[in-house]
Design a protein around this ligand. Structure first.
Ligand SMILES: [Zn+2]
Length: 386
């Protein structure tokens, strides 16, 4: 399940997770719009994990009461089935003597909460197992596993820098300019994440041109199957290189959750990604081109239509309620429709009227027909027939 990336590159509005060891070519490069994985991460509920972490911290600070917290943690494990059997040894009689080891195991399991590694989320799919190994397990528990803390830190940051509705006096500023203010106005709590994201410069052809191996052309194999020696530069290697289209880019190497989050948040700022809270479901979405968009295109839980459709209907309704002309149109429409029910108007006559009325309404909405002319037309009881 967990696979290490060869790196992450930022290209044309996407974060591309590279994993050239994957057997399936479709898995070798996975592209996510910059900001999407971070917004998804911010919506994950880590409250059970946080509860677990709090017990772990208390266990760490109050070793006299260790047995009590071990019991609490065991209850949590039984209730949620989210952990492996690795922590079950905490029940051992000789727990006090194995204290440090117990905490180390706890740290490991807090972080590698299998429930989260099973998420179809690029951070959790690409976390490095080795990253939790620390000589100071208490540090692992306190820092690395604080998912809720990480969430609130970055929620505050992207709200400040990227949320177009955050402050009226920020309207003219880009996310980069807003982040400049942020950096100068707040303590630099992000600096520890910043320090640890490494990058290397990589030369690679586009994925479709990616060769199985360059070895045959660039290296000669001696009798020893593991001994390759560089070949001379030949017309073949030159011509081959020309067709390959290899290009260079910086690949970032994130291994802990905070590094993935940091890399993505900074990419959002660098690319001036703007976000807004959807007026229907309340979740953040990325604004693409049309900065006036008020609704996201996801289907809210329990709904059958996406938020854009729900929003368009809602806006039309509120427009009708605030516009006396449209209100009159709706009133006349209902009146005529009622007549088809009591037999005072035929359905075909109603349909003819309705088609004409919709044309007039469109004309009114576009400004081609004045309000007075539309009202006047609606008041003609011309099509009424018995
Ligand atoms: Zn929505």
């Amino acid at each position: 399940m967990i696979q290490m990336t060869d790196g992450i590159r930022v290209e044309n509005g996407y974060l591309i997770y590279m994993n050239y060891g994957a057997l399936d070519r479709g898995e070798q490069e996975k592209a996510y719009p910059i900001g999407q994985a971070l917004l998804d991460f911010l919506e994950i509920d880590f409250s059970e994990q946080e509860e677990f972490r709090q017990y772990a911290i208390r266990l760490l600070n109050d070793r006299a009461e260790m047995a009590q917290y071990v019991e609490k943690i065991q209850e949590l494990i039984d209730r949620n089935q989210f952990m492996t059997t690795r922590t079950l040894f905490l029940h051992d009689e000789d727990i006090a003597s194995a204290e440090e080891e117990a905490i180390k195991e706890l740290a490991f399991n807090t972080y590698f909460y299998p429930k989260f590694t099973q998420l179809e989320h690029p951070y959790f799919k690409n976390l490095e197992l080795g990253a939790v190994t620390s000589s100071d397990p208490s540090k692992v528990i306190i820092n690395l596993s604080n998912f809720e803390g990480l969430k609130s830190r970055y929620l505050e940051l992207i709200r400040f820098a990227c949320d177009v509705d955050f402050r009226d006096d920020f309207k003219s500023l880009t996310p980069q300019e807003r982040y400049y203010i942020y950096r100068n106005s707040f303590r630099e709590e992000l600096s520890s994440d910043e320090m640890s994201v490494r990058s290397t410069f990589i030369m690679l052809p586009p994925i479709d041109n990616l060769p199985e191996s360059d070895h045959r052309l660039f290296y000669t194999q001696s009798n020893d199957p593991f001994d390759f020696k560089p070949s001379p530069i030949t017309p073949e290697t030159i011509a081959y290189t020309k067709t390959l289209g290899a290009r260079g880019f910086f690949a970032f190497h994130a291994s802990t959750l905070s590094e993935f989050v940091y890399l993505e948040a900074m990419s959002m700022i660098q690319n001036n990604v703007k976000i807004r809270k959807c007026k229907n479901c309340g979740r953040y979405f990325i604004l693409k081109g049309n900065y006036g968009a008020q609704y996201c295109d996801r289907i809210a839980p329990g709904a059958s239509q996406n938020c854009q459709t729900v929003g368009a209907q809602r806006e039309y309704k509120s427009k009708v309620n605030s516009d006396p002309v449209l209100k009159e149109y709706a009133r006349v429409y209902k009146r005529y429709y009622a007549r088809t029910k009591n037999g005072r108007m035929s359905m075909s006559a109603f349909e003819a009227w309705s088609t004409a009325a919709q044309g007039k309404r469109a004309g009114y909405l576009s400004g081609a027909i004045s309000a007075d002319a539309f009202i006047e037309w609606l008041s003609q009881d011309g099509v009424e027939s018995k």
